[in-house]
Design a protein around this ligand. Structure first.
Ligand SMILES: C[S@@+](CC[C@H](N)C(=O)[O-])C[C@H]1O[C@@H](n2cnc3c(N)ncnc32)[C@H](O)[C@@H]1O
Length: 202
């Protein structure tokens, strides 16, 4: 199966392991959404985290019909649903999810508001590739900054940056009435060793 999943834009192993860990803790009946199936690497990590559990449903959306078909050929558990289409267009029709892995331009760089809406109260949004790299074009670095400031300013979210793989933002959507931040300052908190900062999104 590993050969069939080979795909340059697949999530890295550290992010995949994080996804597997997060899904493993979800309660029965929870739903998971992945935006951008690719060839199914992130999806495979989620399935691996769930093991034999079939009580958590996973929906994965891919725009590219050929990638969708390629992923759909693989033997997924019946709790997995693969959709072909534009994530931004589909998001309002999909309902709310306990975990959303936003890994497509649609829903990440565009339509982020729709993605946040799809995170159920108490749920978590995961976004990778959030640490700017020197070889990335300036427009991409600006897009990352926009995502950081948008999420960091959203009073419903508590946002942590994890030094995992290509850089992960993990945003928990608070239950109604619960404070998103304990420290009063909004923004993106950086998880890390002593001395790491806490403050407005960088
Ligand atoms: C980074 S790759 C996804 C990798 C995959 N999540 C994984 O872990 O292996 C991004 C994918 O998003 C797809 N994509 C691009 N725009 C999209 C959109 N508007 N809606 C859904 N998928 C989209 C691309 O075709 C590509 O397969």
């Amino acid at each position: 199966m590993a050969g069939e999943l080979d795909f340059a834009d697949a999530c890295d192993d550290a992010v995949g392991a994080l996804l597997a860990t997060l899904v493993a803790d979800l309660p029965a009946g929870a739903r998971v959404l992945e935006l951008g199936t690719g060839t199914g690497v992130g999806l495979a990590w989620c399935c691996s985290g769930l093991g034999s559990r079939r009580d958590v449903r996973i929906v994965s959306v891919e725009l590219d019909p050929s990638l969708h078909r390629r992923a759909a050929r693989l033997a997924w558990p019946p709790s997995v649903q693969l959709l072909q289409g534009d994530a931004v267009a589909l998001l309002p029709t999909l309902g709310a999810f306990a975990l959303v892995f936003a890994d497509a331009p649609g829903g990440k760089w565009e339509g982020l508001d729709r993605t946040v809406e799809a995170v159920a109260p108490g749920g978590v949004l995961v976004m990778d590739d959030m640490t700017p790299q020197p070889w990335w074009p300036p427009a991409h670095t600006e897009a990352i900054a926009t995502v950081r400031s948008t999420l960091g300013a959203d009073e419903r979210l508590r946002v942590e940056e994890l030094p995992v793989g290509s850089g992960v933002l993990l945003a928990r959507r608070c239950q109604p009435g619960a404070p998103a931040s304990t420290g009063g300052a909004r923004g993106v908190s950086r998880a890390g060793p002593a001395g790491s900062d806490r403050g407005p999104g960088r």
